[in-house]
Ligand binder design. Structure first.
Ligand SMILES: Nc1ncnc2c1ncn2[C@@H]1O[C@H](COP(=O)(O)OP(=O)(O)OP(=O)(O)O)[C@@H](O)[C@H]1O
Length: 372
């Protein structure tokens, strides 16, 4: 008997109203979350992430399939008897209670002293010691979400369901809280299903990340494995891989060896057919010098890596991104130019301004093989 959450062939179907056909929001998903592990679900808007989480919570009816905890089907169990904790985008704290009143809300069958002890323990865990008497209305957005997390964890739920818990916060806070959240959940030994559309957040928080497309779970893997092998063009595009070069294009650029089966992370069985391509992850390309033979080119530093040749293109645009200069380059590939983003390193930009011809190097570790 499997420990933890086990979902099998889950379907969630909505009726879309008069005249319209039903909407299949979750279409035959299987997923296991072993006890003590955190799984995040990523996917475009409307891919079915929230519907899946809500069905597990008991908030949406299940059209088909099973949801089991420790091997026992909970589909017929009402929401409040599943023993699952919930946390949403807006913490939905009770504004008329103070912090302690919110965190202690679900703690039944305890003496007042026991409850106060548990509340204090939870506030320590989420980094808000001493906040028990604070009115909810005086909290910042980040503090409110920490209180919401403390409230969700306080009754020791066997599974914690988090739906976009950080989406209402600004980027810097989201990044910090995502790291804190992982530490808190792991310290607490929590089993969790975490829904988000932010891939950095998913990869920071979770042990395994699933990508949903149109109601189906396309891929489920540990973050590094997902980056090394996104599996399909759809998942790769969702993660930000661009472009995905066809085999002929990769070969014409001199990068065909990266499609070889003995590459770490590559799945050999894929490589027999012609229908494979090379997907470039963000940061895979960077300018290594002016185009060979062009003005100022001396041949040095024009190779992409020890084994790979570089590729030439024309700079179309430049921008500042996360402290570095990034350029859009129109890369000469068979079948027409492909516009790619590449790092330009430091410098004042006179060497690689808009319109100049440059040579791009490829970091082979930031590429993946895709099956079409
Ligand atoms: N109550 C509802 N009635 C009818 N259709 C619904 C209902 N809730 C969701 N849907 C539809 O089900 C599909 C999946 O929606 P869902 O909210 O699960 O996706 P999501 O991946 O969580 O999206 P988002 O990131 O935008 O929240 C969408 O097509 C949506 O329009």
């Amino acid at each position: 008997m499997a420990d933890g959450l086990s979902i099998d062939g889950l379907r969630v179907v909505y009726s879309a109203g008069r005249g319209a056909g039903p909407v299949v929001a979750v279409d035959g998903v299987g997923l296991e979350i072993p006890s003590g592990r955190i799984t995040a679900l990523l996917g475009a808007s409307g891919s079915g992430k929230s519907s899946l989480l809500r069905a597990v919570a008991g908030l949406e009816p299940v059209a088909a399939g099973a949801i089991r905890w420790d091997g026992r089907d909970v589909v017929a169990t009402p929401v409040h008897k599943r023993g699952f904790g919930l946390m949403f985008q807006e913490g939905q704290l009770f504004p008329f209670r103070d912090v302690a009143g919110n965190v202690g809300y679900g703690l039944t069958g305890m003496t007042r002293a026991q409850r106060a002890r548990r509340v204090a323990e939870m506030l320590d865990l989420v980094g808000l010691p001493g906040y028990a008497a604070r009115p909810i209305t005086t909290l910042s957005g980040g503090q409110a979400q920490r209180v919401a997390l403390a409230r969700a964890l306080a009754p020791r739920p066997r599974l914690l369901l988090l739906d976009e818990p950080l989406s209402a916060l600004d980027r810097a806070l989201r990044e910090q809280l995502a790291g804190d959240l992982r530490a808190i959940l792991t310290e607490h030994g929590a089993t969790a299903l975490y829904v988000t559309h932010d891939q950095d957040e998913a990869m920071t928080v979770a042990d395994e990340v699933g990508v949903m497309e149109a109601g189906r779970l396309s891929r489920l893997a540990a973050p590094e494995a997902l980056w090394a092998d996104p599996g399909s063009a759809g998942v790769a595009a969702f993660l930000g891989f661009a472009p995905i070069l066809a085999r002929e294009q990769a070969e014409a650029l001199g990068w065909g060896s990266l499609l070889a089966g003995d590459r770490p992370g590559a799945r050999g069985s894929r490589l027999d057919g012609a229908g494979v391509g090379l997907a470039l992850a963000p940061g895979a390309l960077s300018i290594v010098g002016p185009q060979e033979g062009g003005p100022g080119a001396d041949g040095a530093g024009t190779r992409g890596s020890a084994e790979l040749p570089g590729a030439s293109g024309t700079v179309l645009a430049r921008r500042m991104r996360r402290g570095g200069i990034e350029v859009d380059v129109s890369l000469d590939v068979p079948g027409g130019p492909a516009v790619v983003a590449a790092g330009a390193g430091g410098g004042n930009g006179s060497a690689n301004g808009v319109g100049t011809r440059v040579r791009l190097g490829l970091d082979p570790s930031r590429t993946a093989i895709i099956e079409f």
